[in-house]
Design a protein around this ligand. Structure first.
Ligand SMILES: Cc1cc2nc3c(=O)[nH]c(=O)nc-3n(C[C@H](O)[C@H](O)[C@H](O)COP(=O)(O)O)c2cc1C
Length: 190
């Protein structure tokens, strides 16, 4: 958490993220840098800090994919929000254009959308915990999660992410989510 940014909140935006092995933290910090450069100071916090969203014009909430859903800590935080404008970002082992990614995106957006306005959802790959890769490798071939050459290729590709391109794409995506709110707010003000 960057204490200085939290004291000097000029945009009313809040980035909150959950991360177990650091991928989503890296993405969140890249988004924070990009948005701070473009918009001025933006607050950033972890889900463990459970930041109060009161007064925030928008939130960007980051999660990691866990067993076909957003991770539990991110879900718990998201479930506590009501009447907020929320953009989502996340990292996952699967390819972001896969059916699995589509299902996760839909699940989390539907949940958030029950009580909030969803601004969008950016996903990219994140390196998979090597212990998990080893566990898959040890499964018998007839197990539905057994390692295959395609899965191994995906794990190896995931190991390169999030990379600089992911960070750039995330900043672009998050800026456009947030700018929809800015235009709503300036429309109200004028
Ligand atoms: C227990 C566990 C479950 C996971 N489940 C999924 C999953 O269902 N789908 C997926 O695409 N990736 C899954 N992954 C991969 C993580 O989502 C991915 O590595 C992510 O970038 C981790 O983010 P973090 O470093 O911020 O914790 C799983 C990883 C672990 C350790």
């Amino acid at each position: 958490m960057n204490g200085a940014d939290n004291r000097n909140n000029t945009t009313g935006g809040l980035i909150v993220y959950s991360s177990k092995t650091g991928n989503t933290r890296k993405l969140a910090e890249g988004i924070h840098r990009g948005l701070t450069e473009a918009l001025g100071a933006v607050r950033i916090a972890t889900v463990e800090e459970n930041p109060d969203p009161t007064g925030a014009d928008w939130l960007l909430v980051g999660f990691w994919a866990d067993q076909g859903n957003a991770d539990q800590k991110a879900l718990n935080y998201l479930k506590s929000l009501e009447g907020c404008r929320i953009g989502l970002f996340g990292t996952m082992g699967a390819y972001p254009d896969s059916e699995h990614a589509r299902d996760i995106r839909k699940g989390v957006q539907d949940l958030v959308g029950e009580k909030n306005t969803v601004l969008g959802c950016f996903l990219c790959q994140g390196k998979i915990d090597p212990a998990l890769t080893e566990r898959f490798k040890s499964l018998p071939a007839d197990n539905p999660h057994a390692m295959t050459p395609e899965r191994m290729e995906r794990h190896l590709e995931a190991a390169k992410h999030p990379d600089e391109k992911d960070l750039e794409a995330a900043v672009t995506a998050c800026l456009s989510m947030v700018k929809t709110v800015s235009s709503v707010l300036s429309g109200v003000a004028s």
